[in-house]
Write a protein that binds this ligand. Structure first.
Ligand code: ASP
Ligand code: MG
Length: 405
C-alpha cells in the first residue's frame, strides 16, 4: 500500500464530465488500497478569465486582491471534485491552501512555499478520506491568501508530497510524458521512461510546458519521484527521479530548441581590466539576464564581446550596449535576432568523452555554422542561424541515437 499524491491540471478537470472521469481514476487507486491525496488546478481558462476581469475592474489590480480572486478557480474544482466523489459514495474532503497549512512568503502572485503542516492532511488520511487540496495557493504569515505563480499547482503537489512523505507524486496532464525532443519538430521524438531532476531542469524549455519548473527543484531537494502522465489514457508516462535511483543513463536524453534569444556583439572594445564589468553591470541593473557570453581576442589591444539575452529584453539591451560602447571607446554594436540555441542534454555526459565532437560533426554534416558554444556539466548548447533550427534538432536527434531508443 502506498501514499500517492495525484495532481490534475486544468484540462483534466475542464468540465463536470471530465471531473467525473478524473474521480473514477482517483477511486481506482483508492480501491486498490492506497491512500490518495489529490491536488487540483482550476478548470482550464478560468484563471485567465479571472485575471481579465481583474484588469477590467482596475487598471493595476492590487496584488493581494488578485490572489484572493485567482485562488477561487481552485476552490471551485476541489469542491466539485469532493461532491462528485460523495455522489459516487466515496469519502472525500476538500481543503483550501490555508486549511492544509500551506505557509508561503508574502510575495503576492508569486509566493514561495515555506512550509506545510502535514497534520490536518494526515488526520484525514487516517480517517480513510480522499483528501482534495487546492493547488496554486497558500497563506502568508500575516494570514493573506497567496498564489504561487502561473502553473503553480505542480509545485503545490510536489511540496505536499514532500511534506506527507508520499511514495510518489503523479502529475496528470494533457501530454503523456516528457519527450526526447518536441514531436512537432522531429517526428521520431520518443517518450522517455525516466529522466533525472537535473536533466528536467535543463530541459526547462521543453519541460516547462509539462511541469512548472519550480516543482522540479522542489522534487530534487526532497527527493520526491514525479510521474508525469496523461489523464486521458492509462499509459505509463515519464518518471522524473534522482540520478542515483538506478536509472539507465543515456549519454544524451534530450534535444531542446530555444528561439527566444537574441545576440549582441560589441566590436573592438578595449581589451582592458574592467571592460566586461562596464558592459554587464548596467545590464544587470536593468534586470536583464544574460545567457551566453564569449570574448574573442583580436590583436592590437581590442576585443569583441558577444552575448545573448532574451528577445523581450533585446531592444533595451541594445540601447544599453550602444551607450557603453560610446563611453568606453568601442567601435559598434552588431545585433542578430534570427538565431536559435540548440542544446543536447544528458547526465551520461559526465562520464562520456566525445559528446561535443559528435554534436559539432552532426551540425557540420548539414553545413550548419556554429556561432556560439556554451556548456554545463550535463548540457552543450550551440547558437546557430534560426533558419537551420529544426534541421539541427533532427540531425542531433539522429546523431545521438534517440531515433531508436
Ligand atoms: N490555475 C493556475 C494557473 O492557471 C495554476 C495551475 O493551473 O497550475 O496558472
Ligand atoms: Mg500546468
Amino acid at each position: 500500500m502506498a501514499l500517492i499524491v495525484q495532481k490534475y491540471g486544468g484540462t483534466s478537470v475542464g468540465s463536470i464530465e471530465r471531473i467525473r472521469n478524473v474521480a473514477k481514476r482517483i477511486v481506482k487507486t483508492y480501491d486498490q488500497g492506497h491512500d490518495v491525496v489529490v491536488v487540483l488546478s482550476a478548470m482550464s481558462g478560468v484563471t485567465d478569465n479571472l485575471i481579465t476581469m481583474a484588469h477590467q475592474a482596475s487598471k493595476v489590480p492590487d496584488k493581494r486582491e488578485l490572489d484572493v480572486l485567482m485562488s477561487t478557480g481552485e476552490q471551485t474544482t476541489i469542491a466539485l471534485m469532493a461532491m462528485t466523489l460523495h455522489d459516487m459514495n466515496y469519502p472525500a474532503a476538500s481543503l483550501l491552501g490555508f486549511q492544509a497549512d500551506i505557509l508561503t512568503d508574502n510575495m503576492a502572485t508569486k509566493a514561495r512555499i515555506m512550509s506545510i503542516g502535514a497534520d490536518r492532511i494526515k488526520t484525514l488520511i487516517s480517517e480513510k478520506k480522499i483528501v482534495i487540496i487546492a493547488g496554486f495557493q497558500g497563506i502568508d504569515s500575516e494570514g493573506n491568501i497567496t498564489t504561487l505563480g502561473r502553473g503553480g499547482s505542480d509545485t503545490s503537489a510536489v511540496a505536499i508530497a514532500a511534506a506527507i512523505k508520499a511514495d510518489t507524486c503523479e502529475i496528470y496532464t494533457d501530454v503523456d510524458g516528457v519527450y526526447t525532443t518536441d514531436p512537432r519538430i522531429c517526428e521520431k521524438a520518443r517518450k522517455l521512461k525516466q529522466i533525472s531532476y537535473d536533466e528536467m531542469l535543463e530541459m526547462a524549455s521543453l519541460g516547462a510546458k509539462v511541469l512548472q519548473i519550480r516543482s522540479v527543484g522542489f522534487a530534487k531537494k526532497f527527493n520526491v519521484p514525479i510521474h508525469v502522465r496523461s489523464s486521458f489514457n492509462e499509459e505509463e508516462g515519464t518518471m522524473v527521479v534522482g540520478e542515483d535511483s538506478g536509472m539507465e543513463q543515456l549519454v544524451v536524453s534530450g534535444i531542446t530548441l530555444d528561439k527566444n534569444e537574441a545576440r549582441l556583439t560589441l566590436r573592438k572594445v578595449p581589451d582592458q581590466p574592467g571592460v566586461s564589468s562596464k558592459v554587464f553591470t548596467p545590464l544587470a541593473d536593468a534586470g536583464i539576464q544574460v545567457d551566453m557570453i564569449i570574448q574573442n581576442t583580436r590583436s592590437g589591444g581590442e576585443t569583441d564581446l558577444t552575448f545573448t539575452v532574451n528577445k523581450s529584453d533585446f531592444e533595451q539591451a541594445k540601447r544599453i550596449a550602444e551607450n557603453v560602447v560610446k563611453n568606453i571607446g568601442g567601435e559598434e554594436v552588431m545585433v542578430a535576432d534570427d538565431i536559435a540555441k540548440v542544446s543536447v542534454i544528458g547526465v551520461g555526459m559526465k562520464n562520456h568523452a566525445g559528446v561535443a565532437a559528435t554534436m559539432f560533426s552532426a551540425l557540420a554534416s548539414e553545413n550548419i555554422n556554429i556561432r556560439m558554444i556554451s556548456t554545463s556539466e550535463i548540457r552543450i548548447s550551440c547558437v546557430i542561424d534560426e533558419r537551420y533550427a529544426e534541421l539541427a534538432v533532427r540531425v542531433l536527434h539522429k546523431a545521438f541515437n534517440l531515433d531508436k531508443i
